[in-house]
Design a protein around this ligand. Sequence first.
Ligand code: 5RP
Ligand code: CO
Length: 217
Amino acid sequence: MIKVAPSILSANFANLQPDVELVERAGADALHIDVMDGQFVPNLSFGMSTVAAIRPITSLTLDCHLMIVEPERFVTQFAQAGADLIGVHVESTRHIYHVLQLIKQAGAKAEVVVNPGTPLSMIEEVLPLVDQVLIMTVNPGFGGQHFLTPMVDKIRALAQLKQQHGYQFEIEVDGGINDQTVKTVYDAGATVAVAGSYVYGSDDPSQRIQDLKVATN
Ligand SMILES: O=C(CO)[C@H](O)[C@H](O)COP(=O)(O)O
Ligand SMILES: [Co+2]
């Protein structure tokens, strides 16, 4: 069964607490927080202060997806704010190995993220270092986009690399996940699915979390 990380990018920004508590009660495995700087992606969202505000209201793993240029400037502050896992895009820094080391030094789990147009060869050297790899299944920046089917081959190729080398990292996917696409990514080797609009765009987010789990059971 796949793990589910609801993305609060599609939650109620004016009142996040009930939306966080709802998905925790519904059996979510993590809370996905999309951090955007208006530079790496053409959108703005949350920062460290949002993470710090959410930290005391949930015991869910806080999975922070940083879509910001030069994330080395901020990863320590995100860890101090309460992030359990910090994801950084390989395209966002000249020093991906160093940023991942910084995240671990700060006491958080380290994740490397790849955009749809970035080949896996760009992250091969850091795979021994990471706790999670995030394969983007949409172009980053916005919720509610369509799943990019060609990414299924990339998930499968990463799962093969993981098996060949005996790596233990989780394989997360992000973008366009629903009860149909979740089955495809799970069969290809994904172990964690981010879901924003599918969960929070529904009248019954709890049911949607269960639907994602049942589809992969
Ligand atoms: O990183 C993201 C966008 O850059 C979001 O996590 C992602 O798009 C989730 O939204 P949805 O499930 O609606 O596609
Ligand atoms: Co995300």
